[in-house]
Design a protein around this ligand. Structure first.
Ligand SMILES: C[S@@+](CC[C@H](N)C(=O)[O-])C[C@H]1O[C@@H](n2cnc3c(N)ncnc32)[C@H](O)[C@@H]1O
Length: 416
């Protein structure tokens, strides 16, 4: 178990940050660590796999590659899956699930491809374990197998994470459009507030004025307090055969946050919806960071800066699920109309963003704002010139993280 081929999938645009994070956590580099489109390949130990699950904030999962071979038909997939020693990983009394993804596969049906892989696994167990075979369980399987098909190659993985890693274990209260924790961490990395390689955080205050259920603030506070991303959850590897509880316990003990070495930065969140502020407070409590964050109610267009300067990181309301509320949502345009014009990105009628820009220019001199949006015209709409634009994907939605610098003593923003 010392030289496993691991693959850590992540959102497109996040690969380099994830490679830095993996390097910082494991020390792996060179041929043992390679960023690729949609994830990072790692050559590491079983202990590394557990450690990455516990600490990684940017990866969606930690997968172990068990086979990589060319294929042309479903029968080839059967042969490839038959050749994997599944019995090293789980027993025929456990349940499993197969998830298949494909890019330009010539096969007609992914369901049939999945079925053939399942048959191969079941037949191999039956042959090796006196006729006993593991059953399929689609909702809460003991182990998950991932198959990825390209035009001509098939890769089979066993998953060590279980539930995807963005589920940190603290979220029970959520709004309509909570940000994935992994994406919140990616925004913090891209903003430079968090260095994913060293784990260091900026000493600048951090503020999310549309905090919803608090994801960005909570993620930031856990990073600053050195609380492992997966401290509150269980992992798939705990049910796999190579699992050794004493090694895992030692890893968890090593990860206990050190007593606050330096003064932690102050983190603020606010939202126009008081219900969301309640959710955020309860989530922060469960995440163990309630003492590090100050949540308030209030309209982003009216709230004054919580500190003399700092970093704003937010994903503002956009699209059909989340409407602008507060002054811009109800003043000239009905809230629904406002949300629709936003979703449609029409020039007219969208009062929120120009007003937010004016408010920032007037009151937030000395602050840097990072705004995640699918609206590539947002700087134009805000009449602000961005100093950075970082491509990021929010699930299937292509977004940009725009940086705006609010300069003291000027209603204009700094040019790059
Ligand atoms: C896309 S959601 C943010 C989700 C959040 N990042 C999370 O993970 O839960 C946008 C949030 O903006 C809030 N909002 C809408 N209009 C606002 C305004 N004028 N001022 C402050 N917050 C507002 C909504 O209540 C919603 O919680």
């Amino acid at each position: 178990m010392n030289q496993l081929k691991l693959f850590l999938p992540c959102a497109a645009g996040v690969e380099d940050f994830l490679a830095q994070e993996v390097h910082g956590l494991t020390g792996l580099a060179g041929d043992d660590l390679m960023a690729s489109r949609g994830g990072v390949f790692v050559r590491g130990s079983w202990r590394d796999a557990m450690k990455l699950n516990l600490h990684c904030r940017l990866a969606q999962r930690v997968l172990v590659e068990l086979a990589h071979a060319p294929y042309r038909s479903e029968n080839d997939l059967y042969a490839i899956a038959s050749g994997v020693a599944w019995e090293i990983w789980f027993t025929p009394r456990q349940t499993f699930k197969i998830e298949t993804t494909a890019q330009h596969s010539p096969l007609q049906s992914l369901n049939f491809a999945t079925l053939r892989i399942k048959d191969a696994i079941a037949d191999r167990f039956r042959a090796k374990a006196g006729g006993v075979r593991p059953s399929i369980e689609t909702q809460w399987p003991d182990c998950r197998v991932f198959a990825h098909l390209t035009t001509d190659s098939c890769t089979l993985y066993i998953d060590t994470s279980g539930e995807p890693l963005f589920k940190r274990g603290w979220r029970q209260d959520k709004g309509d459009a909570p940000l994935k924790e992994t994406l919140a961490a990616a925004m913090l990395a891209a903003s430079g507030w968090w260095n994913p390689e060293t784990g260091a955080v900026s000493d600048q205050p951090l503020y999310d004025p549309c905090c919803g259920s608090g994801t960005i603030a909570i993620e930031a506070a856990q990073i600053a307090a050195r609380i492992p991303a997966g401290a509150l959850r269980r992992f798939g590897f705990e049910k796999l055969l190579p699992f050794q509880p004493h090694v895992w316990e030692a890893l968890q003990n090593d990860a206990m946050p050190a007593p606050a070495a330096a003064a932690a930065p102050v983190i603020y969140g606010s939202d126009v919806a008081h219900r969301m502020v309640d959710f955020a407070e309860r989530n922060a409590e469960r995440a163990g960071v309630a003492a590090h964050i100050e949540f308030r109610g209030g309209d982003a267009l009216q709230r004054m800066p919580p500190a003399a300067g700092g970093v704003i990181v937010l994903n503002p309301p956009y699209g059909e699920r989340i409407e602008v509320a507060g002054v811009a949502g109800t003043a000239r345009f009905g809230a629904r109309e406002s949300a629709q014009t936003e979703a449609g990105s029409g020039e007219e009628g969208n009062a929120f963003f120009p007003q937010l820009a004016s408010h920032w220019k007037k009151n937030y001199a000395g602050w840097t704002a990072w705004v995640l949006t699918p609206d590539l015209q947002l700087p134009k709409r805000m009449r602000l010139k961005e100093s950075r634009r970082v491509p990021m994907w929010n699930g299937p939605i292509e977004c940009r993280l725009f940086r705006f610098d609010m300069v003291a003593g000027s209603a204009r923003t700094k040019q790059p």
